[in-house]
Design a protein around this ligand. Structure first.
Ligand code: ADP
Length: 517
């Protein structure tokens, strides 16, 4: 096992890796930008090295500086987390060339899966079903129209180098195709420096179901089962769960076997995920492979009992997987991504200081976070602050537990997605498991209608404090007028009928109804 590992990341995933290292008896080295001097991941790691100023391009993306930090501190391996440098083939190669161990797949496997068209070609050659479409970049609009005609509208134009939903366009008819191709190419060129775009059949109302795999250096590749990630906004996952209501044991086995075949074909080692679309008929199509640990890995951990980040480190250190058969999920896990975004305001990013943070606890609750009371939330990095993850014996137990945990969660000072998640947990369609990738976009307006602004809640809280104060003053002035020293805001109408007291009472009743919903 390694003695020391450097973590080339920040936020919740950096802290997650520190924890895995500590449990393995491995020392950890954090890197940080000037914006993260006081961040929990920096404090919790055994050592920390400053890389540069706040912008990622001048800090967390400076691969060579990070490698130098590893050399300087005597770290033997680098864990890249997700995002930043995690899927950069050149970085995986540079780490290896520097004589360090890369805690991830070989650079060649990242390359094989890095382009969507290359990954599709590899999948097809290995009997893994892909969405009908081309595996070659389109030459021009004429070819795009001909291909679209062959597969039938609607079709989806996709950037070969794509990621994060960029360079993607749904096309409903021949008249739209030239314009859509132009704009997809432009966006792809800007985002990835590569304007190759290809065509896929647009699948109506599928689920996003992905398979987690683990592969060691000794030829063992196993599936850890699926995650359901259909609750998406603008192609970004918001809520994930394991297992999926749409996956039977028989389908799990077939999807797992397909993912294992794709991983083997790419010479894959370490943790990885094959993403699939699952249509209403139960047919599944390979989308792409993510060659890193994923944000949503904890739901798989909770239903398999495995520590995926520890396994990433153990596999990189040469340990063999002791498992042979694919995993059967035990119980149900759900994850909500808690972001600094304002759902009531088009999910606009929110910035400021977290004045107060109360973290939910109790049975079956896990909180993976990179922030604490006093943390400043800016615009330099991803808006995801934390992940709230719960486990329950059944899906409905897990939903009830998530709802309870969200009610306990308090984050003051910035807007967050907490209320949005509460509304989803209360939603009948979600509770039935009646979800697919377009579900949230369709349902969002009615969900948000029921979401009170944080301002209302703060006003109500202030009103509750005022009313309690008012009651106490009255009790001092005329002890018989109130029913005792413990009488607070709840359960009793204010006896003084001033206008503000009545308003305060109404607000208090409102806050209580929000709390108990
Ligand atoms: P990216 O790498 O940019 O995230 P993906 O290929 O993973 O792109 O697709 C992102 C999301 O777009 C998927 O999770 C799914 O919601 C949707 N999507 C992708 N391909 C199709 C398709 N052929 N038909 C319908 N929806 C699709």
């Amino acid at each position: 096992m390694f003695k020391k590992v450097l973590i080339a990341n920040r936020g919740e995933i950096a802290l997650r890796i520190v924890r895995a290292c500590r449990e393995l008896g491995v020392k950890s080295v954090a890197v940080y930008s000037d914006a993260d001097v006081h961040a929990p991941h920096v404090r919790e790691a055994d050592e920390a090295v400053r890389i540069g100023p706040a912008p990622s391009a001048e800090s967390y993306l400076l691969g060579h500086e990070i490698i130098a930090a590893a050399k300087k501190t005597g770290a033997e391996a680098i864990h890249p987390g997700y995002g930043f440098l995690s899927e950069r083939e050149w970085f995986a190669r540079a780490v290896r060339d520097a004589g360090l161990v890369w805690i991830g797949p070989p650079a060649e496997a990242i390359a094989a899966m890095g382009s969507k068209t290359a990954a599709r070609t590899l999948a097809v050659a290995n009997g893994v079903p892909v969405v009908p479409g081309t595996t070659e970049a389109l030459r021009d609009a004429k070819e795009a129209a001909a291909v679209a005609e062959q597969f039938g509208y609607p079709v989806l134009l996709k950037a070969a180098a794509g990621g994060g939903g960029k360079g993607m366009r749904v096309v409903h008819s021949a008249s739209e195709i030239a314009g859509a191709l132009d704009s997809a190419k432009r966006e792809a060129k800007n985002a990835f420096g590569d304007d190759a775009v290809y065509v896929e059949k647009y699948i109506e109302g599928p689920r996003h179901v992905e398979i987690q795999i683990l592969a060691d250096q000794h030829g063992t590749v196993i599936s850890l089962g699926e995650r359901e990630c259909s609750v998406q906004r603008r192609h970004q996952k918001m809520i994930e769960e394991a297992p999926s209501v749409a996956v039977s044991p028989e389908l799990r086995e077939r999807m797992g076997a397909a993912a294992v075949r794709a991983a083997r074909a790419a010479g894959y080692v370490n943790a990885g995920t094959c993403e699939f679309l699952l249509d209403k008929s139960g047919a599944f199509y390979f989308l792409e492979m993510n060659t890193r640990i994923q944000v949503e890995h904890p739901v798989t951990e909770l239903v398999t009992g495995l520590d995926l980040v520890q396994w990433q480190i153990r596999i990189a250190a040469g340990e063999a997987l002791p498992y042979r058969a694919p995993f059967t999920p035990r119980g149900w896990a759900i994850e909500c991504r808690i972001t600094s975004e304002d759902p009531a305001n088009g999910f606009l990013p929110s910035t400021g200081r977290i004045n107060y943070l109360h973290v939910p606890t109790g049975p079956g609750v896990r909180w993976d976070s990179g922030v604490e009371t006093g943390s400043d939330v800016g615009l330099f990095y991803d808006p995801m602050l934390a992940k709230l993850i719960v486990w329950g014996p059944t899906r409905s137990d897990a939903i009830a537990r998530m709802h309870r945990a969200l009610l306990e969660l308090t984050i003051d000072g910035i807007e967050t997605s907490r209320e949005f998640h509460l509304r989803v947990m209360e939603d009948e369609e979600f509770r039935r498991g009646d979800i697919e990738i377009q579900w949230l976009e369709r349902r969002l307006p009615s969900l948000l209608e029921q979401t009170p602004a944080r301002r209302d809640i703060e006003n109500a809280a202030m009103a509750a404090a005022l009313i309690a104060h008012h009651d106490r003053q009255q009790a001092v002035a005329a002890p018989s007028a109130v029913s005792g020293p413990a009488s607070g805001a709840s359960g009793k109408t204010p006896s003084a009928q001033s206008a503000w007291a009545q308003t305060a009472w109404a607000q208090t009743a409102r806050v209580e109804s929000l709390r108990t919903r």
